[in-house]
Design a binder for this molecule. Structure first.
Ligand code: FAS
Ligand code: PHB
Length: 391
C-alpha cells in the first residue's frame, strides 16, 4: 500500500490526525492492533479543555459535544470540613467540558467512516523501517495473517504508551524521563446521577478521591489505592464507604448517592516524557511521546494538542515542501507537554496522601492557599482549563 502519512494507532491521536490531515487533502492510512469495538469501549478520560473543544468544533467534530457535553465553570477542592469552588470562567475566562473519551472516539470513528478513510484494525507485528530516508515504511501482519507494507512519506506513532514507535527512535538519540507514583487509582463507573454539579477533587487522610461524571445519569469516581491493588479486594460497599468518607458525606448536609457499579479498574500513575518527538520521517504524538497522571485531566487534551500542531506541519512539508513547522514540531509540542507534566504532578502531589505527616501539613496549606488566593486559584485555573494550543 502507498500513502502520504502512515499512522500507527487508531486512538484519539491517530484518528484525529487522519481527520485533520484530510482537511488539507493529505492522505493517510491508520493501522491498529485492537478491534474498532475494543478501542471504542475503553473508558478513559472525561474532560475536554477549552482549546480542545474549540479545535474539535472547528473541524466539524463539535455537534455531539454541544448536544451531549456538559460545560463546567470550574471544580471543587475539598478536604475534611471544607469545600471550595474555583470558578475558571471568573478567574481566567475559560471553561471545560465533561465529554468522555469514549464519546470523542465514537465521533472520530463516525467521521472516519463517513469520509471513507483507510483504517486497518486487528493488525500485529507492526514495525517501522527506513525512518532516516525519504521513503519510510510500516510493515504489519493483517487480521487474515497476510504480511503487508505501507510505503509513505511520513510515519506518525500514535500508538500510546506501549506501542512500537517510541522505541524506533535510536537510544543514542532519545532522552526519557519517568516518575512512577507510590499509589494508583481505583476507578468506577456507576449508573447513578452525580451528587454534585461539578467535579470534586478531595484530599483526605485515608487518600484522594474524585467525583466526576459522564452524564446526568452516569457518574465516574476514583479512589487512591496502594500500587498493586487487586480490584476484587474492594467490594461495592467498601468502595462507596470509602468515597463517602473521603468526599465528605454528611458534611454541611451534602450526601453521596451510591448506585450500581458498571465498570471498575485499577490505573497505575506515572509521568513519562520522551524527546525528541521526531526522528527523521517519524513523528510521535499523544501517549506515544508522553504520559501524565490523570489528576490534571491532561492526557487526552495533550494528544489533541500534539496532532493540532502536527497536522499543519505535515501539510506544509508534504504540500509545499516547507519543513519549518515540521522541524519545530518537537520543541513546540514539548513546551506544552512539560507544562502539562508539571501541572499534573503538582495536582497529584497536592491531593494524594502519604504516610508522612509533614507532607499532609504542606498539602493542606497549599489547598488553603489555592482556594483563598486569587493568584493561587488563577494558577490552577489557567493550567486546568488549558493553555492555547501551540503554547
Ligand atoms: P491511546 O493509547 O488512546 O491509543 C493508542 C492506540 O494505539 C491504541 O488503540 C492501541 O491499541 C494502538 N497500538 C498500540 N500499539 C500498536 C501497534 N504496535 N500497532 C498498531 N496499533 C497499536 N486521561 C485523562 O485525561 N483522564 C483519565 O481519566 C484517563 N484515564 C486513563 C485510563 C487508562 C487505563 C489509560 C491507559 C489512560 C487514561 N488516560 C486518561 C489517558 C488517555 O486518555 C490517553 O491520554 C489517551 O488515550 C491518549 O490517546 P492516544 O495518544 O491516541 O493513545
Ligand atoms: C474522568 O472523568 O474520567 C476524569 C476527570 C478528571 C480527571 C481525571 C479523570 O482529572
Amino acid at each position: 500500500m502507498r500513502t502520504e502519512v502512515a499512522i500507527i494507532g487508531a486512538g484519539p491521536a491517530g484518528l484525529l490526525l487522519a481527520h485533520l490531515l484530510a482537511q488539507d487533502g493529505v492522505e493517510s492510512i491508520v493501522v491498529e492492533t485492537r478491534t474498532q469495538e475494543y478501542v471504542a469501549a475503553r473508558i478513559r478520560a472525561g474532560i475536554l479543555e477549552h482549546s480542545s473543544v474549540e479545535l474539535l468544533r472547528s473541524v466539524g467534530l463539535g455537534a455531539n459535544i454541544d448536544a451531549h457535553g456538559d460545560e463546567h465553570r470550574g471544580i471543587y477542592l475539598q478536604w475534611p470540613h471544607e469545600r471550595h469552588h474555583l470558578d475558571f470562567v471568573d478567574l481566567v475566562g475559560r471553561s471545560v467540558w465533561v465529554y468522555g473519551q469514549t464519546q470523542v472516539q465514537a465521533d472520530l470513528v463516525a467521521a472516519s467512516e463517513a469520509a471513507g478513510r483507510h483504517v486497518v484494525y486487528g493488525v500485529s507485528d507492526t514495525a517501522v523501517h527506513d525512518l532516516d530516508t525519504d521513503r519510510p515504511s510500516v510493515t504489519f501482519t493483517d487480521a487474515d495473517g497476510v504480511q503487508q507494507r505501507i510505503e509513505a512519506e511520513v510515519v506518525v506513532g500514535c500508538d500510546g504508551s506501549f506501542g512500537v514507535s517510541r522505541s524506533a527512535v535510536p537510544e543514542t538519540v532519545r532522552e526519557t524521563w519517568e516518575r512512577v507514583y507510590p499509589y494508583s487509582w481505583l476507578g468506577i463507573l456507576a449508573d447513578v446521577p452525580p451528587s454534585t454539579d461539578e467535579l470534586i477533587y478531595a484530599w483526605h487522610p485515608d487518600g484522594f478521591a474524585l467525583h466526576s461524571m459522564r452524564s446526568d445519569t452516569v457518574s465516574r469516581f476514583y479512589l487512591q489505592v496502594p500500587n498493586g491493588t487487586d480490584v476484587t479486594e474492594w467490594s461495592d460497599d467498601r468502595i462507596w464507604d470509602g468515597l463517602a468518607t473521603r468526599l465528605g458525606h454528611d458534611q454541611d448536609g451534602w450526601q453521596l448517592t451510591p448506585g450500581p457499579i458498571t465498570d471498575r479498574s485499577v490505573l497505575p500513575m506515572r509521568s513519562f516524557v520522551q524527546q525528541p518527538m521526531r526522528h527523521g520521517r517519524l513523528f510521535l504524538a499523544g501517549d506515544a511521546g508522553h504520559i501524565v497522571p490523570p489528576t490534571g485531566a491532561k492526557g487526552l487534551n495533550l494528544a489533541i494538542a500534539d496532532v493540532a500542531l502536527l497536522a499543519p506541519a505535515l501539510s506544509a512539508l508534504l504540500r509545499k515542501r516547507e519543513s519549518g513547522l515540521a522541524d519545530a514540531y518537537s520543541d513546540t509540542a514539548l513546551r506544552r507537554v512539560w507544562r502539562c507534566e508539571h501541572f499534573s504532578w503538582w495536582m497529584t502531589s497536592m491531593l494524594h496522601t502519604s504516610d508522612d505527616p509533614f507532607d499532609a501539613q504542606l498539602q493542606l496549606s497549599q489547598l488553603r492557599w489555592v482556594t483563598s488566593s486569587s493568584a493561587g486559584a488563577s494558577g490552577l485555573a489557567e493550567n486546568y482549563a488549558g493553555l492555547a494550543i501551540g503554547f
